[in-house]
Design a protein around this ligand. Structure first.
Ligand SMILES: CC(C)(COP(=O)(O)OP(=O)(O)OC[C@H]1O[C@@H](n2cnc3c(N)ncnc32)[C@H](O)[C@@H]1OP(=O)(O)O)[C@@H](O)C(=O)NCCC(=O)NCCS
Length: 289
């Protein structure tokens, strides 16, 4: 796909009106879209889905609004309202393509659940770990046997989960008890209530759209639903700017650079008090940590 331009709208109606104006403007250029305009508008209304348009749509946006879409004032609105993404690749668009993306967008909006990793997940997890966007930050993938030992056998100091939205696996997240973690990890931690987390999204195409922030925030909320948990830490590479920004948005603060058995890391912390101060009104149901 080509360059993306992301526009957020305050309401479903505003987004639907935008699509309507857009498809009038591009009539004759995007035959597939024109035919499906009503269906797409209906899908937006029904699902709060993301919409992807391509081709001459960008120029059409400019005509429709008298300005490039990037300068549309609605762009400053929160991105988890309604998002329209306009791509610059004409050939990328087709009816099925648009509808598949609508479905994917819709399936990003449900609640995230965390399912403990089981034997049946190990193969898929190993494949996720080999993906370049994961490998870049997690290093060479563990073998299935190593993951089995980590998540399914032994002391279970580390608990691994598959994050899911309405049954669709979206990523991996693990929590660990920081105190007495062993192997040189967190030797100074004395607090038995300290937890640590590590995570990644499975699909590179879903990075940078707020999904990771949601996943981290909702997982941390689950951890804090256990009254024994006092704080949650995470330790991205100091060069992993996207992850650091994601964790800040999820409620973590930078503590400082630390040396870990995996190398230099930026220790980031989310205290119970800090999280609760910024937590949304509806907390998820209690779950084990
Ligand atoms: C880390 C990860 C879970 C974050 O999830 P995500 O959905 O991509 O993150 P979000 O979209 O919620 O937030 C990312 C933020 O970083 C910003 N960002 C992206 N690239 C950036 C960069 N190079 N420099 C600075 N900020 C960047 C985004 O704009 C966004 O901030 P904004 O909403 O203020 O604009 C996900 O990117 C991932 O799985 N990455 C690969 C594996 C990994 O790095 N795991 C973490 C190991 S510690």
């Amino acid at each position: 796909m080509g360059r993306f331009h992301q526009i957020s709208f305050e309401s479903i109606d505003e987004a639907a009106a935008f699509v309507a104006a857009l498809s009038r403007q591009v009539a004759g250029q995007l035959a597939d879209l024109r035919a499906d305009h009503a269906e797409i508008a209906a899908a937006i209304r029904g699902s709060r889905a993301d919409v992807f348009l391509s081709g001459d749509a960008l120029a059409a946006c400019e005509r429709a609004f008298g300005a490039p879409p990037e300068t549309h004032p609605a762009k400053r609105l929160p991105t988890d309202s309604v998002v329209l993404v306009v791509s610059g690749a004409p050939e990328a668009l087709g009816r099925d393509d648009v509808l598949a993306r609508l479905a994917a967008g819709a399936s990003r909006r449900g609640p995230i659940t965390f399912r403990p990793i089981g034997e049946k997940d190990l193969k898929a997890l190993a494949e996720w770990r080999r993906r370049p966007h994961v490998r870049k930050w997690f290093g060479p993938p563990d073998s299935i046997q190593e993951m089995r030992a980590e998540f399914l056998e032994g002391s279970r100091q580390v608990r691994g989960y598959i994050g899911e939205i309405e049954g669709r696996p979206i990523g991996f997240i693990q929590s660990y008890v920081a105190k007495d973690a062993g192997d040189g990890w967190w030797p100074d931690e004395r607090d038995p209530g300290a937890r640590g987390i590590d995570q990644f999204l499975a699909e590179q195409s879903e990075l940078g759209q707020g999904l990771g922030t949601r996943m981290v925030r909702e997982f941390v909320a689950q951890l804090f639903s256990d009254p024994a948990v006092t704080k949650v830490q995470t330790d991205p590479s100091p060069t992993n700017a996207r992850a650091i920004r994601c964790y800040e948005k999820a409620g973590f603060e930078r503590v400082g650079v630390v040396h870990t058995p995996d190398g230099i890391a930026l220790l980031m912390l989310c205290t119970r008090e800090g999280f609760m101060a910024g937590a949304p009104a509806a907390a998820p149901p209690p779950s084990r940590s």
